[in-house]
Design a protein around this ligand. Structure first.
Ligand code: HEM
Length: 280
């Protein structure tokens, strides 16, 4: 059997010596990646917990890159590119949502075997998660505080916080295309929360009533609704997983736990896009 596999590899010319060549593992820095799991206990499920978080952070890294590029392209009215980038972001979130099924196999009994070792660390301190919220436009300065001890991260997060996010770039694109958008929303402080603006809502109503005449905005709107839909499902999956694993215990990050996460479900990223559905 082994011999026949070797013959097969020789026949196909597979490279078998990597003393001189860059290998798969070299290129992917697999020693770094696979060496980056350092459980603090002997608990069987701690590795699952670490890998679940690390892989989520890797996918978030890619999502931030694609979303930031989408935001830049939106500022240049490059709608086809935005659509392509957001389609990828939405697939990433679909992947992140599917991953909860793996973590759900961990029971409360399993988790208690290592929870104490986590100290005060919590996903609440995920600076990439905050970056995703900020790139969209959902910004809360208090959430930058947990990262003050890391100057580079803090600086990076501040830059995203100060810059117009996807919501504001979307509103500006509508105005550039000739839709009547109020000065109030166009000149708003982009670090502040936003709620439904009547002029933005009117623009979406025109677009949704005539998709064929406004196809790239219609497509943009649906991509953004897809994103918020996936993001809501992510929050809901997280909450349900948390409830089944820790019930109503407080979070290691210091919040009330499930009640805090329930409150976060109320967040709305693109209010006018949801509102317009009632107007049609
Ligand atoms: C056993 C599994 C998990 C439990 C029990 C859990 C629990 C919690 C709790 C209670 C919070 C609220 C903050 C706090 O006080 O700690 C929180 C926040 C958070 N967790 Fe998890 N979590 C789990 C898995 C995950 C995973 C796999 C991720 C993926 C990265 C994640 C990402 C986050 C994020 C981003 C927040 C902040 C949410 C926000 O502020 O809106 N969590 N988690």
């Amino acid at each position: 059997m082994v011999e026949s596999i070797n013959r097969e590899m020789e026949h196909h010319g597979a490279e078998l010596s990597f003393k001189e060549n860059m290998s798969y593992g070299d290129y992917l820095r697999l020693s770094d990646v696979l060496g980056a799991q350092a459980p603090l206990t002997d608990a069987h499920d701690e590795l699952l917990f670490i890998i679940q978080h690390q892989t989520a952070e890797l996918w978030m890294k890619l999502a931030i890159r694609e979303m930031s590029e989408a935001c830049n392209c939106l500022a240049q009215d490059e709608f086809a590119q935005v659509s392509k980038l957001m389609a990828r972001v939405n697939k990433i979130f679909s992947q992140l949502n599917g991953a909860w099924d793996i973590l759900r196999t961990m029971t409360p009994s399993d988790y208690t075997t290592f929870r104490d070792s986590l100290g005060k660390s919590s996903g609440f301190q995920s600076y990439q998660y905050r970056a995703i919220e900020f790139v969209v436009g959902n910004k809360n300065p208090a959430l930058m505080k947990p990262h003050e001890h890391m100057p580079e991260v803090s600086k990076w997060l501040h830059q995203i916080y100060e810059a117009p996010g996807i919501y504001d770039q979307m509103v500006r694109a509508l105005a550039r295309a000739g839709f009547e958008i109020s000065d109030e929303v166009l000149k708003r402080d982009v670090t502040k929360p936003y709620t439904t603006d009547a002029s933005v809502q009117k623009a979406w109503e025109i677009i949704y009533r005539n998709p064929r005449d406004n196809w790239h905005f219609y497509d943009l709107a649906e991509k953004l609704i897809d994103f918020e839909d996936f993001f809501r499902r992510w929050r809901f999956n997280h909450l349900t997983t948390v409830e089944r694993i820790i019930g109503s215990k407080m979070g290691t990050g210091g919040t009330s736990g499930a009640p805090y996460l329930k409150k976060m479900l109320d967040t709305v990223l693109f209010p006018e896009l949801w509102q317009v559905r009632s107007d049609l």
